[in-house]
Design a protein around this ligand. Structure first.
Ligand code: NAP
Ligand code: GCO
Length: 261
């Protein structure tokens, strides 16, 4: 196999959760351009229809599903339909996620639970839905979208950091338990990326914007497209001996104390 072919995804079936827009959309589109058959899901019918149109405009024939990743039955039905129509899922990206920015003592237990349900419990649910078929097929790739908050805390994101920290360890445990079946499970840890999720932090004049630029050696917010290459690497044969790792695509934030005064 040539070096270039090791990064190809031809003939692969990929499910990217929460890929109606943002990071998930960019990863799904990159996988399609690398040769994969794409399936994605989201909760909103409007988001689904818009995303299907955007994929079509991008020349990508994607399968779209209305499915809340917290709903085991809905996830099972989605996976069964994808595998009936396209074959066994070779690549799963657990991307769907939310954040609630609330000081911990003002956050309700229900709000905390909702974030952990979507950002941590759901990757468990969706991974469990695809693993048996990957084992039977003799290979598979699971990529969990982690975060700076898999490593660092900050004010107001206690639920999100707890979930993303847990997702890092779920990643390592899936690698530990299923590596013997030629299944690689790794994390992709984006830095601060310009998507709807971070839009509130980038509003004109918001102090967080200057804060992040000062904390990022690249001195810019990332774009969803900055994650395409790292995601293709983790989804392809090029990473067949990489397992249980978190690949940070963060512009250098984690390596940097911050701009000196
Ligand atoms: P986003 O713009 O808010 O998009 C989130 C996507 O997930 C949407 O398509 C949303 O569609 C879907 N979604 C949310 N909850 C869902 C559920 N319960 N079931 C199914 N789909 C669901 O977020 P993003 O910035 O692209 O982030 C994507 C992932 O990267 C998240 O896991 C996030 O934590 C992580 N991340 C983001 C950044 C960043 O700086 N943006 C950095 C590190 C990590 P519906 O609302 O229609 O369901
Ligand atoms: C926040 C941001 C971050 C990013 C991302 C950083 O409020 O701090 O939303 O959490 O989303 O997770 O890697």
């Amino acid at each position: 196999m040539t070096t270039q072919n090791r990064f190809a995804l031809n003939g692969k079936v990929a499910l990217v959760t929460g890929a109606a827009y943002g990071i998930g959309y960019a990863i799904a589109a990159a996988f399609a351009r690398a040769g994969a058959k794409i399936a994605f899901n989201c909760r909103s019918k409007e988001h689904l229809q818009t995303a299907l149109g955007t994929f079509r405009d991008d020349g990508i024939d994607a399968l779209g599903y209305l499915c809340d990743v917290r709903d085991e039955n809905s996830v099972a039905e989605m996976v069964q339909d994808i595998e009936k129509r396209c074959g066994v899922i070779d690549i799963l990206v657990n991307n769907a996620g939310i954040i609630k920015r609330i000081p911990m003592c003002e956050m309700t237990a229900e709000e905390f639970r909702e974030v952990v349900d979507i950002d941590l419990n759901a990757p468990f649910i969706v991974s469990k839905a695809v693993l048996p078929q990957m084992i039977e097929k003799g290979h598979g790739k699971i990529i969990n979208i982690c975060s700076m908050m898999s490593e660092l805390g900050r004010e107001t994101v206690s639920a999100y950091a707890a979930a993303k920290g847990g997702l890092k360890m779920l990643t390592r445990n899936i690698a530990a338990e299923y590596g013997r079946y030629n299944i690689q499970c790794n994390g992709l840890g984006p830095g601060y990326i310009a998507t709807p999720q971070t839009a509130p932090l980038r509003e004109h004049g918001h102090p967080f914007n200057d804060f992040i630029l000062a904390k990022t050696p690249a001195n810019r917010w990332g774009t969803p497209e900055d994650l395409a290459g790292p995601a293709i690497f983790l989804a392809s044969d090029a990473s067949n001996f990489v397992n249980g790792q978190i690949l940070y695509a963060d512009g250098g934030i984690l390596a940097y104390i911050g701009k000196q005064p």
